[in-house]
Design a protein around this ligand. Structure first.
Ligand SMILES: [Zn+2]
Ligand SMILES: [Zn+2]
Length: 297
C-alpha cells in the first residue's frame, strides 16, 4: 500500500517536473522577447513561487478530494432529475461551452468575494503580494484560496447539471474546465506586452489579468476578476482594460511574510493575542511593508 503511494507520488512529482520544464521552455523565451517589464528570470521570490508551483500542483487532489466528494453527494441528492436529463440531452460541445461560462461566473464571484470579504482576502492577498509578475505567479496561492475559488467554479457546474457529480460516473467536463483554467492561468500571468484587439473582450489575456495585479491606487484595484471571460466583468461593472495603457507596478500594501511557511501561516488565527504575521515571520525583519496605497476591501 505504502509502496503504491510512494510510486504514485514519485510519478506525480516527475509529471510536475516535466510540466515545469515545458512551461519554462515556452514562457521564459517569450517573456524575454516580448517583455512588458524588464525583469530577471531569477527575480525576487522566484524560489518561493517554484515552491508554490510544486505545492499547488501536487496537493489539489488531496485538498479537493474530500470537499468535491461531499459536494457531489449533496448536489446529486438536491438537483431535480428533470434538469439533469434535459441537460444530458444537449450536444457535448454545448455542454462544455455552457460549463465554461457557468464555471467562470462561479470563479468570478469566488474571486470577487476573496477581495471583498476580509477573512477571504487574508488568504488571497498572498497571490497579490507578487511585485514581479510572470507566468509562475499563477501558482502563488494559499491552498485555502485555491480550493475556495475552484469550488466556487465547480458548484454552479454541478448545480445546473452540466456534470454528473457522482464518483465513478462523473463526466470529465469539470476536469476539463479546471485543466483549461490551470493552463490559461500561466498565460494570463505572463510578462508579455501583447495586445489582442477586440479579442481581449472575449477571452482573458495577459493585459486583462495584469491590470488585476496592479498597485496603482484605489482607481485601479478590484477589477478584472474573471478567470477566462472578460465580458463577465463587463456584465458586473468591474472591467478595466484601457487600449493604450499597461500596468506599471504590482503588489499590495499590506505587510506580509516573505517566506513560504510564513505566508502559509499568515492568514490563520493565532492564539495569545499575537498577530498571524508576527507569529509566522518570527521577527519584524522578515515582514515587509508593501506600497501604502491599496485599500483593503
Ligand atoms: Zn485577485
Ligand atoms: Zn493573478
Amino acid at each position: 500500500m505504502s509502496r503504491l503511494l510512494d510510486q504514485h507520488l514519485l510519478l506525480s512529482l516527475l509529471r510536475v517536473c516535466v510540466w515545469l520544464v515545458l512551461l519554462s521552455i515556452i514562457f521564459v523565451p517569450l517573456e524575454r522577447l516580448f517583455a512588458l517589464h524588464r525583469q530577471k528570470i531569477f527575480r525576487k521570490a522566484i524560489l518561493t513561487d517554484v515552491a508554490y508551483y510544486f505545492l499547488n500542483s501536487l496537493i489539489p487532489a488531496f485538498l479537493l478530494g474530500a470537499p468535491v466528494a461531499l459536494l457531489a453527494w449533496l448536489v446529486h441528492h438536491a438537483i431535480p432529475t428533470a434538469l439533469t436529463s434535459a441537460v444530458a440531452a444537449w450536444p457535448g460541445w454545448f455542454r462544455v461551452a455552457a460549463a465554461l461560462v457557468v464555471g467562470d461566473f462561479g470563479a468570478y464571484w469566488g474571486h470577487r468575494w476573496s477581495h471583498e470579504i476580509p477573512f477571504l482576502w487574508r488568504f488571497h492577498a498572498i497571490h497579490h503580494s507578487a511585485e514581479h509578475v510572470d507566468f509562475l505567479v499563477s501558482t502563488r496561492a494559499h491552498p485555502v484560496d485555491m480550493v475556495f475559488t475552484r469550488l466556487c467554479a465547480l458548484v454552479p457546474v454541478y448545480v445546473l447539471g452540466l456534470a454528473a457529480p457522482v464518483p465513478g460516473g462523473a463526466s470529465l467536463i469539470p476536469v476539463w474546465v479546471l485543466i483549461l483554467a490551470f493552463v490559461w492561468g500561466f498565460f494570463i500571468h505572463a510578462n508579455v506586452r501583447w495586445r489582442f484587439g477586440p479579442l481581449e473582450w472575449l477571452i482573458a489575456t495577459p493585459a486583462f489579468h495584469l491590470w488585476h495585479h496592479t498597485n496603482e491606487g484605489p482607481g485601479h484595484v478590484n477589477n478584472n476578476f474573471a478567470a477566462l471571460l472578460p465580458w463577465v466583468d463587463r456584465l458586473f461593472g468591474t472591467l478595466y482594460l484601457p487600449k493604450d495603457k499597461q500596468p506599471a507596478r504590482y503588489g499590495i500594501s499590506e505587510p506580509l511574510p516573505t517566506r513560504l511557511l510564513g505566508q502559509l501561516l499568515w492568514p490563520l488565527p493565532i492564539p495569545h493575542g499575537r498577530t498571524a504575521s508576527q507569529a509566522a515571520a518570527g521577527n519584524s525583519a522578515a515582514v515587509r511593508t508593501l506600497s501604502p496605497d491599496r485599500p483593503l476591501t
